[in-house]
Each structure stands twice: as structure tokens, then as C-alpha cells.
Design a protein around this ligand. Structure first.
Ligand code: FAD
Ligand code: SF4
Length: 522
């Protein structure tokens, strides 16, 4: 809808604020106020966005605008192919000039960059900004800051227990249900030699005419961007997201617990929920996700370790990383505690590598815009950490390639959890392992030309070579960490010749990847 009649409040709705219960609408007057939604090109290009990610945002935005119109709200919607707004600020300014509002209303943006743009815009147009808290989250930015205090290390486990108590989730009085907070011990199994067996398929949401329009637009406007969209079937409305939640709880949650860390070639989703994108777009409320999980446990349909393991992700990790992001930005983006400077290997953009674990994880990422947590942390993240990739470049990749990628959740996971670039604020030690870990947790090594047990020679697994080299290169730092004692003892068992051979092989690997990435840039 485009109309130039003036309005009282101009309510900005961002692409990841598709929440009908948002504080932005609290005092919305259908007679005087208008909603503004802008599709800006920069949102798909500030990182080289996967086409499915761009399509999901745009399709969900258009469906949400349609819902607001059906509720009787006046919506000014600036389509990418019609308005050609290069940036959000440009779109907002053009609309503000037309609509001459008295005030701008917006819920606090999720990302620092967009918050800066919002401030630039309201200053330029000299309008008051009514910035409202994002009540999608269970823990506000202030509440997190209060919990964290001045502490230099912030452990998720303590935050999670605090959230369980505060929101009375899986509690019997003041004690955790089952007498334990944590079921990680039983929740970290591989699939074993027999493999995953039957895994129920997640539901598919076939594109309707609105989404098909978007898919054509993305094909046209973002040619050359990475990723496939021919198999696009993500939920784009709240109704679809609720179906996705219900299917997960009934079909896959019961086995989510033991297999949440397991990987298997050709099983891209495992028992995972695939709910992150719907949550991050705010089509789902985390409270309803947590409540549905707890209800399934209490009804005897889901074992406690599965329910606890899943609630830990949503009530714990998701709220915790948002708290870290807003506490630490903008400096967090620059953190590089291990002084890692290598370029991102070229194969991260096409999956063209002989390492079958990486080929599989990156291949499915480009095909689907999805990889589950352990693929992100212990395959693509681990390799980059061991190789010494500049965390900023890796961050740009993670922010580009997943349909659920938004900076407030992606950045702490990359900088803090995966790359240890914050020096231990989030993680008590770097998540490092050799190829043997991947051999235990997946079947990828069976079909690989490398041998996870070997660290030198032509068949040496690059993960294994780089793992020992990582311990060697960062020995001074790692020896100060009590949680690294065993790993450092194992390093000390390697004699000087063995360590020198590993160092030489690792250096050759680093040179090879740097050259390939130079060639790609050239
Ligand atoms: P499930 O395994 O089913 O988990 C359930 C839900 O818990 C997820 O939907 C998600 O909302 C939440 N969750 C789980 N783990 C985390 C976590 N570590 N941090 C925050 N929330 C979590 N998640 C994103 O939503 N967006 C990102 O851009 C993103 N980037 C990541 C980058 C790296 C390097 C790593 C290691 C992790 C990243 N994650 C990100 C976290 C996690 O990998 C994804 O949330 C998860 O894989 C999404 O798939 P799922 O919905 O099937 O998750
Ligand atoms: Fe990956 Fe090494 Fe296993 Fe090959 S041998 S799949 S590179 S861990």
C-alpha cells in the first residue's frame, strides 16, 4: 500500500520483527497511525547472503504485511523491485517525507548495525524516536546486564539455572525436575555404526503465490549470490511456524536428547527442530516453544533428558547469547584473542574440498541454508579455528549462509563459542578436537581420502594435523587453562621431531588454503 496521507505515529517494523504482539503496536490507532516496512537491497548484500536467507526474510515480511492489513492497519510497504531502496535509512527517509509523521515508533532492533541506522535516520529527519523493548525475549537487555555484573567470564550454565528458577520451567518447587539441571552426559551420543535409522522428515511448506513471487525476485536481483532456492520450503507465516513446532514436538523431540550432537551424511536435519529461523523472525514466541516442550514431558510423551536438552537451547543459550551480544557490542565484532589472520578457505563458498566432513556440511549449507549446531561448531567452526582464520571473515560467512542468521545470535556463537576470539568470556576453553572426534560422532571419515588417526604424511587428516599444531602454537596460553591439562599432556608426549613434522605439514596446509583463497578473490 502506498499513500501519502500524513500520519501521527510511523511504526517501523524490521524484517526480523514479525511479531503481532510486538510493543510497537501497543497504542496503535488505525485512524491515525501507519506501519512502514522496507525491503532494502543492503540487507542482502552487506554480507553475501545465501539466496534462501534473503527469500525467507522477504517472503515472511510480505506475509506479515498482509496480516497487518487484514487487521485493518495502514501499511506502507516499500518493495525491493519497485522502490529500489539501497538502504533501510533511504527507505525510511523517503516514507517519512511522504507521510510527515509526528513521531517514529520502533521496537529495539536486534542488531547493532541497524540500531545505528535507526539513530542516523531519526536524527536526520529530526523526529522523536519512541524506542520500545523487545518483549519477544524472556530476559531483557537490562536484566542480563544486571545478572552479568562486571564479570569477565560468563558461564551459560549459571544463567540457564537462573532462568529456569525465574520462569519456573521444569521445576519442582525450588529444585530442578528429576533432581538434575543437566543431562549432557546422556545427551551426547553418536548414532553408532548402525546409523540413525528412521528419522521423521520435518514438514515442508510449499511456496504460495507470494513466496513464488519472492523466489523469482531473488533469482533476478541476486544472481551470483550463493545458495540454492529451488527447494525452498521454510515456514513463512505464524500459522506455518506453529505447525512446524507441533510436528517437532510430536515427531522429533522424543529423540532430540541423545542425538543432538550426532552427524550422519545424508541426514541433514537429524532430530533437530529447524525452528531457529521462525524464532528469529519472531513468528514464534520462545515461551510457547518452551511451554510445548515442558507439556510434552509432563504428559509422558517425551523423556526428561530430551525436554531438558531442548529447553536448555531455547531458554538458556538463545537468551544468553543475546545478552552477551548487547553487553559486548560494538567491540565484540573486533575481538581476536588468538590473533588469527588467515583468510577464509575458498571452499567455504562452494564445498569443493576432498575433506568429506566439510564437503558434506558446506554442501548441505549451500543447498538448504541449514546445518545443525554440531556441524557449525565442530566441522566448519572447528576447521577455521584450527587453521587460524580471521574471526571477522568467518563471521561474515556464518551471517551470510544460514536462513536463521541474524547478528545478535550468530556473532557470539562465532566469536565466543566457536573461535574463542573473546579470550574465554563465553567458553571456558577452546572447542578443539582432532579428526578422531569427527570419526566418533559421524560416518564421514569412512568415505574420506584422509585418515583421522594420522597427523603427518599424504593421508594425514588435516583436522588432526592442525589440532596438534593448534596446541603447539598456542601452548603458552593453553597451559594456563586448567581444562586443557589433559590435551597439553598429550601434546607433550610427542617428541620434538614429531612436533616439527606436524608444524611443517600444518604450515603447508595454511599456505595452500591462503593461495586458493587469493586466487578466488583475484
Ligand atoms: P535445535 O538444535 O533444534 O535447537 C533449538 C533452538 O535452540 C534453535 O532453534 C535455536 O533457536 C536455539 N539454539 C540452539 N543452540 C543455540 C545457540 N548456540 N545459540 C543460540 N540459540 C541456540 N543460531 C541462530 O539462530 N542463528 C545464527 O545465525 C546462528 N549462527 C551460529 C553460528 C555458529 C558458529 C554456531 C556454532 C552456532 C550458531 N547458531 C545460530 C546456533 C545453532 O547452531 C542454531 O540455532 C541451530 O543449529 C538452529 O537449528 P535448529 O533450529 O534445528 O536448532
Ligand atoms: Fe574430516 Fe578428517 Fe574424517 Fe576426512 S578423515 S572426514 S577430513 S575428520
Amino acid at each position: 500500500v502506498t499513500t501519502a496521507a500524513p500520519c501521527r505515529h510511523l511504526v517501523l517494523v524490521l524484517g526480523d520483527q514479525l511479531n503481532g504482539n510486538s510493543a510497537a503496536f501497543d497504542d496503535f490507532d488505525v485512524e491515525q497511525d501507519a506501519v512502514l516496512m522496507v525491503e532494502a537491497r543492503e540487507e542482502a548484500t552487506h554480507v553475501w547472503s545465501h539466496r534462501a536467507r534473503t527469500a525467507l526474510f522477504l517472503a515472511a515480511m510480505r506475509h506479515f504485511a498482509q496480516r497487518l492489513v487484514a487487521e485493518g492497519k495502514r501499511v506502507v510497504y516499500r518493495k525491493l523491485d519497485e522502490s529500489q531502496d539501497a538502504t533501510l535509512t533511504a527507505g525510511w527517509r523517503a516514507a517519512a517525507t511522504d507521510l510527515r509523521p509526528q513521531r517514529i515508533v520502533c521496537v529495539e532492533p536486534g542488531d547493532w548495525r541497524v540500531w545505528q541506522s535507526l539513530n542516523t535516520f531519526t536524527t536526520a529527519v529530526r523526529l522523536p524516536l519512541d524506542l520500545r523493548p523487545d518483549r519477544h525475549f524472556l530476559c531483557s537487555r537490562d536484566a542480563f546486564a544486571q545478572w552479568a555484573g562486571e564479570s569477565a567470564t560468563l558461564r551459560m550454565e549459571f544463567f540457564y539455572r537462573h532462568m529456569r528458577r525465574q520462569h519456573a520451567v521444569l521445576m519442582d518447587g525450588d529444585q530442578p525436575v528429576g533432581g538434575r539441571w543437566n543431562f549432557d552426559e546422556v545427551n551426547r551420543r553418536g548414532f553408532g555404526k548402525a546409523g540413525p535409522g528412521f528419522v521423521p522428515e520435518p514438514p515442508r511448506f510449499e511456496p504460495d503465490p507470494i513466496t513464488r513471487d519472492i523466489l523469482r525476485l531473488v533469482e533476478r536481483e541476486f544472481q551470483g549470490h550463493p545458495g540454492a532456492i529451488d527447494n525452498f520450503n521454510w515456514p513463512v507465516t505464524r500459522e506455518q511456524a506453529l505447525v512446524a513446532l507441533a510436528c517437532f514436538v510430536s515427531d522429533r523431540l522424543p529423540a532430540f536428547g541423545p542425538f543432538q550432537d550426532a552427524m550422519w551424511a545424508g541426514t541433514p536435519f537429524g532430530w533437530h527442530s529447524l525452528l531457529s529461523a521462525a524464532l528469529n523472525l519472531k513468528l514464534l514466541d520462545p515461551r510457547e516453544v518452551v511451554a510445548a516442550t515442558e507439556a510434552a514431558y509432563r504428559a509422558g510423551r517425551v523423556p526428561l533428558p530430551a525436554a531438558e536438552g531442548f529447553i536448555r537451547q531455547v531458554l538458556g543459550w538463545r537468551e544468553y547469547v543475546r545478552g552477551i551480544y548487547w553487553r559486548e557490542m560494538p567491540g565484540y565484532l573486533e575481538r581476536n584473542a588468538l590473533d588469527a589472520q588467515a583468510p577464509l578457505p575458498a571452499f567455504y563458498w562452494d564445498g569443493d574440498t576432498e575433506m568429506s566432513c566439510l564437503r558434506d556440511a558446506i554442501g548441505q549449507t549451500l543447498r538448504l541454508g541449514y546445518a545443525h549446531h554440531i556441524q557449525r561448531l565442530m566441522v566448519t567452526g572447528l576447521f577455521a579455528l584450527l587453521l587460524g582464520v580471521d574471526p571477522r571473515r568467518l563471521h561474515e560467512w556464518y551471517l551470510a549462509v544460514y536462513v536463521d542468521a541474524v547478528e545478535w545470535v550468530e556473532l557470539p556463537n562465532t566469536i565466543g563459542m566457536s573461535q574463542y576470539a573473546d579470550g574465554g568470556l563465553m567458553a571456558s576453553k577452546p572447542y578443539v578436537a582432532s579428526g578422531r572426534y569427527l570419526q566418533r560422532m559421524s560416518n564421514c571419515c569412512a568415505g574420506c581420502r584422509y585418515d583421522p588417526a594420522r597427523s603427518t604424511g599424504a593421508s594425514a587428516c588435516p583436522f588432526t594435523t592442525l589440532y596438534w599444531d593448534f596446541l603447539r602454537r598456542h601452548a603458552a596460553t593453553l597451559r594456563r587453562n586448567p581444562r586443557m591439562v589433559m590435551q597439553m599432556k598429550n601434546l607433550d608426549r610427542l617428541d620434538a621431531d614429531a612436533q616439527a613434522a606436524i608444524a611443517a605439514q600444518a604450515e603447508a596446509l595454511r599456505r595452500r588454503h591462503a593461495t586458493a583463497s587469493e586466487l578466488r578473490r583475484g
